[in-house]
Design a protein around this ligand. Structure first.
Ligand SMILES: *Cc1c(COP(=O)(O)O)cnc(C)c1O
Length: 352
């Protein structure tokens, strides 16, 4: 049976990945030395495609790590001397706050998922060196609108780090509103897990140089020293970088992808409403276009997930506080419109 996954990470792969993997194997790149010209060229092409397709500003640098979680720690290690301020409304943002608090003083501010982030009201807003925001909270399906990020950027003096793990490569990001954007590839990139992405502004690099932290294999400055020579601080996940390059080359512009996903999300939220399904997030302003969360009672959720599995459809489990009372639907670019047609038919007929 043709299994369709709506799991928001690891998520359904771009169907082309099957051929790209074979190409990678046949090309010999997977057993090439990572100091070789062939690898360095491949890395340079991959980041150039990312700049081009995702519309990343030319002076923002791109580095690869192992995961988004690793990026959280890199930011804490290399960009904080005293304290960070972390805003969160769900499990991923909160986890980031907890990780940060183990490495330095961190102030957390939680906010209502139905409302815009109100971090400017924090007493630490004017003093924190680093502000940590989760652009797209994968646990509940909320997103911070671009205008809000831009307003925060205007008012905040320090460095802004933004977790865009479940929106980068799906949503056209307001890059200039953040100094560090982090993600991993098993969400909107439609790739297998195992690669993290760091996109870093000149301002963040300047700040890292002021601090001068070089104690770790993954210190930001050490990573940078390598990447500006198209090298990596350790033997990298060559297969993932290769696949990422191929997917970037194949994808349309991020504006087109963003438009398509927004329309598909709007149609799906409307469909839920018309078919008596309850979206967890009622405020359309903060609803995510890439992760959609449906709330029902526990028994309903359990039953519908089982029925879906029998129909060859994998619904995403709830996460964190919403684990047993929601299911999540990834609206990622690798998922086809026809998959959504199948999902809608199932949800119409399968209402237990
Ligand atoms: C998935 C996810 C992460 C964790 O990604 P890893 O690659 O497992 O480290 C972090 N933040 C958000 C918002 C996520 O959705």
């Amino acid at each position: 049976m043709n299994l369709t996954s709506f799991y928001p990470g690891p998520s359904q792969l771009y169907p082309q990945v099957e051929d790209y993997l074979l190409d990678a194997y046949r090309s010999g790149i997977l057993s090439m030395n990572h100091r070789s010209v062939a690898f360095m060229d491949m890395l340079a092409q991959t980041t150039a495609s990312m700049h081009n397709k995702l519309e990343i500003p030319e002076d923002y640098e791109i580095y690869f790590t192992s995961s988004a979680t690793e990026c959280w720690e890199i930011v804490s290690q290399s960009l904080v001397q005293n304290s960070s301020l972390n805003a969160y409304n769900g499990a991923f943002g909160q986890k980031w706050f907890e990780y940060a608090g183990r490495l330095h003083l961190a102030f957390g501010q939680d906010f209502n998922p139905e409302e815009n982030v109100n971090i400017e009201q924090s007493e630490h807003f004017s003093t924190a060196e680093l502000l940590c925001l989760t652009h797209n909270e994968t646990s509940n399906g909320t997103m911070i609108p671009a205008e809000i990020l831009q307003k925060i950027r205007q008012n905040f003096q320090g460095i802004i780090a933004i977790d865009a793990t479940s929106s980068m490569a799906g949503v056209a990001l307001p890059w200039l509103a953040g100094d560090v954007w982090l993600a991993s590839v098993q969400k909107c990139f439609g790739l297998p897990p195992g690669l993290g992405v760091l996109v870093v502004s000149p301002r963040a690099i300047e700040r890292a140089e002021e601090i001068g932290e070089r104690d770790h294999y993954n210190s930001l400055l050490f990573i940078r020293d390598n990447f500006i020579k198209n090298q990596t601080p350790y033997t990298p996940n060559i297969a993932s970088i290769y696949l990422l390059g191929r997917v970037m080359a194949q994808m349309p512009s991020i504006q087109a992808v963003n438009q398509h996903l927004t329309e598909r999300a709007n149609a799906f939220y409307e469909f839920l409403n018309e078919n008596s399904y309850q979206a967890l997030i009622e405020n359309p302003v903060v609803r995510s276009p890439t992760v959609m969360t449906v709330q029902e009672d526990e028994i309903f959720i359990k039953t519908i997930k089982e029925l879906a599995a029998e129909a060859g459809i994998s619904l995403g489990n709830g996460y964190g506080a919403w684990k047993s009372t929601t299911f999540r639907i990834a609206n990622f670019p690798a998922i086809e419109d026809t998959d959504f047609d199948r999902l809608r038919i199932f949800l119409q007929n399968g209402h237990p």
